[in-house]
Design a binder for this molecule. Structure first.
Ligand code: FES
Length: 175
């Protein structure tokens, strides 16, 4: 299942991508078949098989949520401004210091792929919200930046990175 959000509230839309049921609203609906086609069937994913994802339909500023091994994963197409914001942070300010370069794959800085459960107690943070433009967790107020790093609140660590690799500039394999 996947969900997208946009940096612009007026363009915010939701996209549900799953190995089974699907629902989609708005422009993002066109993205569903492309993403869906590349996934193995539900039982195969549940067994932990790698999952391929076509990134081409995901616009700059959008965040798509997919599921792999039952875990939600955010796939964020970062804008140049979001990348710059993540890079210019003084690491001494971070509770869990990591440079932006350690959060993305070399040559693919526009793509941030992180597990979507808040590292406090597991809620799903809201994208493009909070003081740092990344995510805001509505459960207890943790805030993450555009590199998925914890900046404020009770979450102890950054959003973890799942295992993934780029198959091409617009295609990744998770797992
Ligand atoms: S679960 Fe996110 S702040 Fe508590």
């Amino acid at each position: 299942m996947a969900e997208t959000t946009s940096a612009e509230p007026t363009r915010r839309d939701m996209l549900y991508v799953a190995t089974g049921a699907v629902g989609a609203i708005g422009v993002a609906m066109a993205a569903w078949p492309l993403i869906h086609q590349m996934n193995p069937d539900r039982s195969t994913v549940a067994a932990g098989a790698p999952m391929e994802l076509d990134l081409a339909p995901i616009r700059p500023g959008q965040i798509v949520r997919v599921f792999w091994r039952g875990n939600p994963i955010f796939v964020r197409h970062r804008t140049p401004q979001e990348i710059e914001a993540a890079r210019k942070v003084d690491l001494s300010e971070l509770p869990d210091p990591q440079p932006d370069s350690a959060r993305v794959k070399e040559g693919h800085a526009q793509w941030l792929i992180v597990y979507a459960n808040c590292t406090h107690l597991g809620c799903i943070p809201l994208g493009n919200q909070g003081d740092y433009g990344g995510w805001f967790c509505p459960c207890h107020g943790s805030q993450f930046d555009t590199a998925g790093r914890i900046r404020r609140g009770p979450a102890p660590t950054n959003l973890p990175l799942p295992p993934y690799e780029f198959m091409s500039d617009t295609r990744i394999r998770i797992g």
